[in-house]
Design a binder for this molecule. Structure first.
Ligand code: ADE
Length: 242
């Protein structure tokens, strides 16, 4: 997968070179490009923002550097790659979006700063990209860079080969509606706290049942909103197969 991130703070994206995502890039599974928006300015101050028409606080990102930057990263205008615009005004990012985006050949991320990007850039981009404004939650960040790191990590780990053991993707939180069950490792007794008895025995069916019950308890306590979405039939089928 090709990933292009356009930002005025390319250094902000450096952590993407670390850990599993960095290794995936080294292994050729990801072609990660971080592009400095200021490289598409023509003045000596490399200006990317200006005052808003109609007045108001703050600055707005100018259209021309964005127009040039987006033209430069579009690998195939015919195919209209996905352009993600991180914004608190976007649709809220979730695991299903991560699965869908992990299927794409190219993702472009446009990191806005200040009060946002001139709206005509978004309109123009729609000609050559499938534009998706995305929020990572109902709070306001100073810019899109941190949101991009969150999304890239969630998406890239779903690309085959990025995670050593793909089994670990199957039972994690949000892979179905339920949150993940609690996990334990050795020693079986630690500071007077015991690992649940069922997990010490080798009965796979009982272990699966125990974990399922823990998932339901945890989800009900922490995310009652998710319980409403639970597909009980699917859960029963999974239990029968376990
Ligand atoms: N930029 C500023 N706040 C944001 C948020 N919550 N999600 C995505 N991008 C943002």
């Amino acid at each position: 997968m090709r990933l292009d991130v356009v930002s005025i703070f390319p250094q902000y994206l450096e952590p993407l070179k670390l850990s599993l995502i960095g290794k995936a890039a080294e292994d050729g599974l990801l072609d990660l490009n971080v592009i400095n928006l200021r490289d598409f300015t023509n003045d000596k101050h490399r200006k990317v923002d200006d005052t808003p028409y109609g007045g108001g606080a703050g600055m707005v990102m100018m259209p021309e550097p964005w127009g040039q930057a987006l033209d430069s990263v579009n690998s195939d205008a015919e195919k209209r790659p996905v352009l993600i615009v991180p914004s608190p005004a976007g649709a809220v990012f979730n695991q299903q979006m991560a699965y869908d985006l992990a299927e794409e050949d190219q993702l472009v991320f446009a990191c806005g700063r200040y009060e946002g990007i001139d709206e005509r850039v978004i309109e123009y981009a729609q000609e050559n990209f499938r534009v998706i404004p995305v929020s990572i939650g109902d709070y306001v960040l100073n810019g899109g860079e941190v949101a991009v790191m969150v999304m890239v990590e969630a998406i890239a780990r779903l690309i085959p080969g990025v995670i050593g053991n793909p089994e670990s993707l199957v039972e994690e939180s949000h892979s179905d509606v339920l949150l993940e069950y609690p996990v334990y490792t050795k020693p079986a007794s630690w500071r007077g706290r015991e690992v649940p008895e069922t997990l010490l025995g080798g009965n796979h069916h009982r272990v699966a049942r125990h974990r399922r019950d823990e998932q339901i308890k945890r989800t009900a306590a922490r995310r009652p909103d998710l319980i409403m979405k639970l597909d009980v039939d699917a859960l029963n089928r999974r239990d029968r197969d376990a």
